[in-house]
Design a protein around this ligand. Sequence first.
Ligand SMILES: Nc1ncnc2c1ncn2[C@@H]1O[C@@H]2COP(=O)(O)O[C@H]2[C@H]1O
Ligand SMILES: Nc1ncnc2c1ncn2[C@@H]1O[C@@H]2COP(=O)(O)O[C@H]2[C@H]1O
Length: 467
Amino acid sequence: MTDSSLTPAYARELDLLQQELATHNPTDVLQFCANYFNSKLELQRCHLWQQEAKAQAAGINLFPAVSVNSSNAASRLLSSLTKQPSFKSPFSDNDPHANHHDDPLGGAPAPGSAITAAEPNAPDSSANLFKSYNVGKTSAKHVQDAPDPNDPTTETGSSKNTSSSAFSSFSNKAASGFKFAPKFPIAFNANRRTSVSAETINPNIFKSSDWKPPVNDLTPEQREELAGNLASNFLFRQLDANSKKTVVAALTKKLFAKDSEIIKQGDEGDYFYIIESGTVDFYVNGTMVSSAGEGASFGELALMYNSPRAATVVATSNVTCWALDRSTFRHIILEGTFNRRLMYEDFLKDVPILKVLSNTERSKLADALSSEIFHKGDQIVKEGQQGENFYFIESGNCNVIKEGEGVVAKLGKGDYFGELALLNDKPRAATVEAVDNVIVATLGKSGFSRLLGPAVEVLKQQDPTAH
Ligand SMILES: Nc1ncnc2c1ncn2[C@@H]1O[C@@H]2COP(=O)(O)O[C@H]2[C@H]1O
Ligand SMILES: Nc1ncnc2c1ncn2[C@@H]1O[C@@H]2COP(=O)(O)O[C@H]2[C@H]1O
């Protein structure tokens, strides 16, 4: 409830802000409010300038030039403000993607070669595909994240409703290791603009009050099961409960025939895909760079960074995917990613071993982290066990304990651990125990090798067991 003595416009703004705060429950309230008002301001100004452009086209000058005395600072400022829109974000001075923000949430680009479940007879687009990509001739393919050596998929393509057997086949297999595809794959950025700024993925700029997410026809039970399978996904897990529901309800099933092109490098991004069954190969500039199978995901880069598709994705068997449309992706997923990125970037810039990373590298790392909390006495890693994650301590203290030796090191905020098992492919060299409540930012094995870049060399040099 707002104070009745406030002007109605002011009270309305406060009410709206309160609603946003209640919906998003942000960790960093000040930053959230700053983003919120900044994006509103940008939208308002954007409308203003659009109106002016329209009026100008119709021969009407809405804002006649102000005659200024250039020696007067205030007048010069006024003059510069009336000349061009100034949509400066507090987060980014140089956003090379900025001119791609004009229609981020608008209608999705023309769909590619997807055969949707509703269009079972859509033509197979594979005809000329393999001339340039050598699929079938490749040797030594490796399947990322969730290999599927048996590829039991058969094309059904007949029902708009989710077949419960297909659904459970996905969920059962995915349950044993569901992971999304690597966030920043090898050769990511090949052929594309490289700089990534926070503003590039700031979804607040694109908020539109009349946006309605699509709703699929899964049953509540199927949605719940699907949500469970997505739980460990790096994009999905950061969302609040409402956003998760929206995403699960917005996913649509798409079927692709073996050999068809799901995504074409250079195209505009329309969907983000999660593979329910089947396998795909990724090609960058005609060269196969990797493969993925059940539970993996792809197609996030173009949507996250508003850039052309960075790779061509070809179905190497009949493939069933869950697809999330561009608008929902940007509205929901990106919003969480953006807030999380801001939060982690702030922390990561104070982590000593990451000083060697560029801002862009740090942003990418931030996107791949997730937080976990441990309580006094919890063993975060156990000596002798296999290592899956690398950890940064966001807050709290830990003891490093070795059997027969006791406490060999003490770690606190900004320290890291868990690198030895990943670097040397050996069991954990020590147990790391929480001394009090500890929050860690974890990075999975694949992110560790892909996203730490030059910091890996620093980690090797600082091996605590070296002497
Ligand atoms: N080496 C790679 N380079 C670029 N994209 C890749 C690579 N490997 C897998 N991909 C995926 O292929 C997708 C193609 O579309 P996007 O660029 O939207 O997102 C891309 C990634 O999800
Ligand atoms: N003296 C030490 N011996 C072994 N591990 C240590 C020591 N000091 C800190 N550690 C950390 O404890 C972690 C235990 O898991 P890892 O072996 O993966 O990586 C180890 C290091 O990050």
